[in-house]
Structures are given as structure tokens and as C-alpha cells.
Design a protein around this ligand. Structure first.
Ligand code: FMN
Length: 750
């Protein structure tokens, strides 16, 4: 007998038991005595005669007959609980079980109760497991229970585990077993205090008779998988409650011996390798197992907050208690042969009991940009330009080369919001808002920076062909769709930009982390020389490590704000990101997650964040620090931040700023310096400062204003200079995957 969990059961007809009883009863023993045998007997007699209404005298008479000369003190058993030093007088097993299960009738019949009394159930993991165990014990849903958990009780467990404060530090198995013994000392409970591992799992299943049911409620992935393979091997059914949305899994390996574990959601797994997996590899197996999209929004939000504002997954007493009830019910049905199904089921109260749905008004804005610019529109807009035929005509192959260079230009989110059209020897650049309409592209400014880069590429390629360009920006004042008309001339005094052709081809966004090392002074001077050609565009640098980190935090906060904004969120997840190779190759635009330098865990966080409701909840609880990590780390691994400014807010300046950016970017990449824009906050600022914060709520405006103050403290600009583009520079490894471009024939309209 294990005195830590098993009470001593004493029958006074046995002299040895009587002696112990007398010792405990002795006032000096410190044992508390509880004797309610009379009331138990009274209840027993009433329960056995439910049809009669017994008066006191009859009960007294029946009781005397029942005792048959035995003293009440000697009747039944005395149970001593060493851990509480309590001695309790109760009916002996048969009468005790009869009375204790009587109110189960006939939801559970006495015959069923007898069958259940022969069943052996194993429970691994004692959070939900404790709730199941106690419910099963109350119902008397088993004859023997094997409890496995290596953990001891922490104060933070008490939000869902039934225990007392005096039990902190005590083994969870012991706490559970004692509670069961205090309800019913006749139930058999066996403990596996060290938890389950490869060495004891067989004993857990079959020592003292094979389990009839496994209830798996543990956290450890390896044991989750191992215990299922064993259950399959021994043909033992498995039940699991995941205390979120009332998710309940039933796996009938007893009836379906070939059934894949966890409904085939994880495939074949080599259990021996599970222990060595890192957190991300574990999550990769765990998530399909649980089903990311099936989790509640609050759990998803909490997942993002783990290791940021909370230390572990949330689990609520209500869910644990409900899970205990549901699992105990299914356990009974399985053990009595009343349920044969396998599968995953939800008892989701949010879904079952839901608030009436409000009428949602449709946002018509979305329809405004639902069509790509067609060739017909492009032709009719071109006509409005009334262009004179150019005296100088490019050859078809030259047009092709120039267009190819043009579309290599970078664009925010790789949206490539452009269409090119040659008309009468001139090249017209069209803005196709269908691709770029977004929170960040306020007044098209992000697109215009991209157009600036495109114009610079066109310049470089045209120069390499020995010609010159003449550029007219926004030739039709009321038609922002036409960004530029570029004319070509042949000239003897063409500046030699041929050295930039190679740079233009190798230019790309490098999001790898580097090491923070000072860059040579000469390098910064070279970049300033480049920007001189684009006067009044200016270039600033932040190289002081502390200032860079301050700015890193500010920029990261901006990126978090984009994600928190409904439109920003929609842009990222429904327009920008490409999660699969198939999507990348089909669209050839947007951001391939493979180019983002993010770990599998971070991709997962992104997938979680793709639910707007999850983000709303994170916003509500003031969370989301996790979303700042990548940019902060990126800036911390950089050598300098560069900032391009314009002398005032206007479209032409943005285009010219974009051209300067492209030349700076090319120069950096030519010199082997990595370049990544970290510019999103500036576009949020533009909407705040020049668009009266349209689309922002008060709280959002407040947060942006605060960031704006911090931004100005790190980078004070004077005389109306406006920062339009920020990038980080460093020594980072080459990226393995580069972004694609849409096919030329989809952009160069003919
Ligand atoms: C206006 C503009 C803003 C951009 N902002 C960001 C940014 O905030 N973060 C980032 O990683 N890349 C940013 N980029 C880089 C683009 O995503 C990138 O240029 C595009 O995906 C094409 O890839 P490539 O530069 O490798 O050719 C930006 C580019 C432009 C032109």
C-alpha cells in the first residue's frame, strides 16, 4: 500500500485493525475523527426502500435489524487518511458503492456500473487529465486508474487544477489520487509520478492487465506520438480533449487497428527523433495535428504573445472542467460499447451559443480598383497626350531591352503597379492602381518611388544603348495614371552609365541579417556623390549604434501598426504575401515568404496573424511585440540606416526621390553592401500629415503622433525636408531566393 495516496481501511472485527483504530482514536494521536455512519445507514435504508415514506421510528427499527446486533461503531469500515490525519467512518464497499452510485441510475444502470468497475483507464497529463480523472471517479467510471505526470503543482496551475495552496510543490498525480481516495477509498489508483517514457510506457499499458482506454492529455509531443503508437500496437482506444473550442479526439485503435494516428494529420513519425527536435520543428508537427485554422482566435493571439507578454499557452478552468466532463462521458460510452466512432469533434460554446449577427454594410471602395488597366484604356489615355511622332525611333529590340530594364525596378511589396506603352516613338509609363491600391500607397507615393526607380533603370539602359532620355513627369495634370512620357534622342554627349548596367541587374532586396560593422567613410561619400545628381533630393545616414537601435524600434513599431490596421492587414495577407511556391510562380509578384528571411516559426506566426480577428484581439490586449522583433533584429544587424528626403510633399519629388534611391541601391549592391528598405512607417506618416490621418482611428493617430515625435528626435530634419524612404545597409549573406517579375508581355502593352 502506498501511504502517500492510499488510505488505511480498517474493519474492527479484525483485531490488528481494531488496535490501529484505537491508537488513532486516542486523543493524543492528533487524528481528527469523522463518524456519520448513522446518517449513511439512514440514507442507505431510505434508498433501498424508495417506494416507502419512512418515519423515524421505522427507520430506527430497520437500522437495528440491519445492524443485527453489531454496534454502530463496528459497522462498516474506518478509513484513515495519513496525509490529512483524518479518520472517517463509512459503509463497507458494497453498500458504499451502491449508495454512492445510486443517483447515477438509470443514466447509468447498475449493470453498466458493474462493467465499468472492471475497466482500466490510463491518463497521461493531469491538467485536463485531473478534471477527467475526478469526474470519472465521481461517476465511478472505472475500476482502476493509472495516472501519469512528472510535474508538480505550481501556483499558476491553480487557475484550472483543483488543489489547495498547501499542495504547491506536490506531485500532480498525488494530488489527484488523494482527491479520488477522499471521495472513494475503494477505487484503485496507480501512479506514474515520473511521467511516461519509452522505459515505462509498456508497464503503463499492460502491467496488472491491459488498459481498456487511454486518455492522453499531455503537453509533450514525443509522448503524444509514442503513446498513440503504443495504443495502436495494443489496440487500445484513445481519447484526447484539447481545452480550446471543446475539441475532442477519438481514435478507435481497438476497432480500427490500421487507423493512422491522429486521424492521419501528422503522417508517419520516427518517435526516436522527436526528442531532438527544436521548438520550430515541434510546432511544425503540432500545428497540423491541432489544425491552426481550427483554433480559437484568442488561443491564436495568445500563441503570438507566448514568450512576449505571457510565458505559456492559456488554459481555462471552464474549458478544463468542460473537457473533463466531455471526456468522462465519451470514456463511459466507449467502455460500454455505446460509441464506435473515431474522429475530431467540437463542443464549441461560441459557435453553439452565438450572438445574433449584425447587418454588415458593404464597403464599395473595394470595387473602385478591381480591374487592371486595359489596353483600350491605355490607348485612349495615350491619345489625350496628343504626342507628336518622335523624330528618333528605337528599334523593336531596343524597346524590348529598355522595357526589360524598366520592370526590374523595385516596388513596394513587389506590386509592380505599372504598364508600359510605346506610342509614336515615346514610352509612356502608366500607373495601374489595381496592383498598388493599399493603406501604405497613400496618394500613390510608394508607387511613385517605384516609378522613379523604373525611370532610372530606363535611363541606364538607354544610355548603354548610346541614347539619351527626355522625361516629362505627369504630363496631364488631371490624369495621375500617366506618370511619365519618356522620349529618346540620339546624342554624342551621352553620359556614360554603362558601369551601372551590371549593378542594375544585381540590385535586389537583401533581408538577411548581417553583423554590425562600421562601413568605410569613402563608401558614404560615394553615395553622397550619387545623390548629388538628383538635387534637391538629399541623403542622410544614421550610423551611431544607439540611434540606430532607437530608430529600429520606431520603424518596427510602424510595421506593427500596419499589421494592426484593417486595411494594412488585408494588404499584407490578401494581396502581398505569397506563402506557396505555386502562388509565387503563378503571380510572379508580391512577397515570396522565401525572400523574407524568416524562420518556419515566424512563417507560422504570420499564418496565425493572417486572421483579422486574432489581430484585433492582440490589439485589444495591447500585445503584438512579437511583430516588432524581425525589424528590430534586422536593424540591429545592420551597419547604417540611410534616409532619402525631398524638399516638400509633391508627386514629382517622390518620383525623383525614387530615382535617387535606385542609384544609391545599385551603388551599394555594386560595392557588395546589402540593402533593405524599412520604410513602411514613412508612408503611415504621409497619410497622417498630408491626408489628415484618413482611415486611422483616434488611438492609431495618437500612436503615430508619438512615433513621429520619437522619429524627429532621432532624425531632426529642417526647412520642410521630408523623409520618404529609409533603408538599412550592411554586410549580409547573399539571399538564396530572389523576387520575380510579371512577364514582360503583361506589362509592355502592345
Ligand atoms: C517604395 C518601396 C518601399 C519598400 N518597402 C519595403 C519594406 O518596408 N521592407 C522590405 O523588406 N522591402 C521593402 N521594399 C522592397 C520591395 O519589397 C522589393 O523591392 C520588391 O519585393 C522587389 O524585390 P527586389 O528589390 O529584390 O527586386 C520596398 C521597395 C520600394 C520600392
Amino acid at each position: 500500500m502506498d501511504k502517500t495516496i492510499s488510505p488505511e481501511i480498517m474493519r474492527l472485527s479484525n483485531p490488528a485493525d481494531r488496535e490501529k483504530y484505537m491508537n488513532y482514536k486516542n486523543a493524543d494521536s492528533g487524528v481528527l475523527v469523522f463518524d456519520t455512519i448513522h446518517s449513511q445507514l439512514r440514507e442507505l435504508l431510505k434508498t433501498r426502500n424508495p417506494e416507502k415514506s419512512l418515519d423515524e421510528a421505522t427507520i430506527e427499527r430497520l437500522m437495528q435489524t440491519h445492524l443485527a446486533g453489531q454496534s454502530a461503531e463496528e459497522y462498516g469500515v474506518w478509513v484513515f487518511y495519513p496525509w490529512t490525519k483524518r479518520m472517517v467512518h463509512i459503509l463497507d464497499e458494497e453498500e458504499f458503492v451502491f449508495l454512492r452510485t445510486n443517483r447515477n441510475c438509470y443514466k447509468i444502470t447498475p449493470e453498466e456500473q458493474k462493467i465499468l468497475a472492471l475497466k482500466k483507464i490510463g491518463i497521461i497529463g493531469l491538467s485536463v487529465g485531473q478534471s477527467v480523472a475526478l469526474t470519472l471517479a465521481m461517476e465511478r467510471g472505472f475500476g482502476e486508474l493509472r495516472l501519469a505526470d512528472f510535474d508538480t503543482l505550481d501556483l499558476s496551475n491553480l487557475n484550472r487544477l483543483r488543489a489547495g495552496l498547501h499542495q504547491i510543490g506536490l506531485s500532480k498525480t498525488i494530488i489527484c489520487a488523494r482527491e479520488i481516495a477522499e471521495t472513494d477509498p475503494f477505487l484503485k489508483v496507480k501512479l506514474f509520478n515520473e511521467g511516461i517514457d519509452e522505459n515505462n510506457i509498456d508497464a503503463f499499458f499492460n502491467e496488472g492487465g491491459m488498459l481498456d482506454l487511454l486518455i492522453e492529455e499531455c503537453d509533450g509531443l514525443d509522448i503524444k506520438i509514442l503513446s498513440r503508437y503504443k495504443a495502436k500496437h495494443y489496440r487500445v482506444p484513445v481519447l484526447m480533449d484539447t481545452s480550446d473550442r471543446g475539441m475532442l479526439d477519438i481514435e478507435r485503435f481497438d476497432l480500427e487497428p490500421d487507423r493512422d494516428i491522429i486521424h492521419g494529420l501528422v503522417g508517419e513519425i520516427d518517435v526516436s527523433k522527436l526528442k531532438d527536435l527544436n521548438m520550430e520543428e515541434r510546432i511544425e508537427i503540432l500545428l497540423p495535428m491541432v489544425g491552426l485554422n481550427s483554433l480559437s482566435e484568442r488561443v491564436k493571439a495568445s500563441m503570438i504573445e507566448v514568450s512576449n507578454s505571457i510565458s505559456s499557452w492559456p488554459q481555462l478552468a471552464s474549458a478544463v472542467v468542460m473537457g473533463g466532463g466531455a471526456t468522462a462521458e465519451m470514456s463511459r460510452k466507449i467502455l460500454l460499447g455505446q460509441c464506435t466512432v473515431s474522429g475530431r469533434f467540437y463542443i464549441d460554446l461560441d459557435e453553439i451559443i452565438s450572438e445574433p449577427i449584425q447587418n454588415v454594410t458593404q464597403n464599395n471602395d473595394a470595387n473602385l480598383f478591381e480591374k487592371e488597366l486595359s489596353l483600350d484604356t491605355i490607348k485612349s489615355l495615350s491619345k489625350q497626350l496628343n504626342l507628336n511622332p518622335s523624330k528618333f525611333q528605337l528599334r523593336e529590340s531596343e524597346q524590348q531591352l529598355i522595357a526589360e530594364a524598366a520592370i526590374m525596378a523595385p516596388s513596394g511589396g513587389n506590386t509592380q503597379p505599372w504598364k508600359l506603352y510605346f506610342e509614336k516613338g515615346h514610352l509612356i509609363l502608366f500607373h495601374d492602381i489595381y496592383f498598388s491600391h493599399s493603406l501604405l500607397d497613400f496618394n500613390n507615393i510608394g508607387s511613385y518611388i517605384g516609378f522613379g526607380a523604373m525611370i532610372e533603370n530606363i535611363n541606364i539602359q538607354t544610355n548603354a544603348l548610346g541614347y539619351q532620355t527626355q522625361i516629362k513627369l505627369f504630363p496631364l495634370k488631371k490624369q495621375p495614371k500617366i506618370v511619365a512620357v519618356i522620349s529618346f534622342t540620339s546624342s554624342n554627349s551621352v553620359p556614360d552609365l554603362s558601369g551601372l548596367i551590371h549593378g542594375m541587374k544585381i540590385r535586389y532586396t537583401n533581408r538577411n541579417y548581417g553583423v554590425r560593422e562600421q562601413l568605410p567613410v569613402q563608401f558614404f561619400e560615394d553615395l553622397q556623390m550619387v545623390v548629388k545628381h538628383f538635387d534637391p533630393i538629399k541623403l542622410h545616414f544614421i550610423t551611431d549604434p544607439d540611434k540606430m537601435d532607437l530608430m529600429g524600434d520606431i520603424l518596427a513599431s510602424g510595421e506593427k501598426l500596419v499589421l494592426m490596421h484593417p486595411e494594412g492587414h488585408d494588404d499584407i495577407f490578401n494581396k502581398e504575401l505569397r506563402f506557396t511556391k505555386e502562388e509565387v510562380l503563378r503571380t510572379r509578384d508580391g512577397l515570396d515568404v522565401g525572400t523574407l528571411n524568416i524562420t518556419k516559426g515566424e512563417i507560422l506566426a504570420l499564418k496565425i496573424a493572417s486572421s483579422r480577428k486574432t489581430i484585433e484581439w492582440i490589439d485589444k490586449i495591447g500585445g503584438g511585440e512579437a511583430f516588432k522583433k524581425m525589424t528590430k533584429k534586422a536593424v540591429a544587424s545592420s551597419s547604417a540606416l540611410g534616409i532619402i528626403t525631398i524638399p516638400g510633399y509633391n508627386a514629382e519629388h517622390y518620383v525623383n526621390g525614387g530615382s535617387a534611391m535606385e542609384r544609391v541601391w545599385i551603388e551599394c549592391n555594386k560595392q557588395g553592401i546589402s540593402f533593405q528598405p524599412v520604410s513602411q512607417l514613412l508612408f503611415l506618416f504621409a497619410r497622417l500629415n498630408h491626408g489628415k490621418g484618413e482611415g486611422y482611428n483616434e488611438d492609431y493617430i495618437l500612436k503615430l503622433k508619438e512615433l513621429s515625435i520619437r522619429f524627429k528626435q532621432v532624425l531632426p530634419l529642417i526647412n520642410g525636408e521630408e523623409a520618404i524612404f529609409i533603408f538599412r545597409l550592411g554586410h549580409a549573406k547573399e539571399m538564396a531566393i530572389k523576387s520575380l517579375r510579371r512577364p514582360l508581355d503583361k506589362i509592355l502593352m502592345k
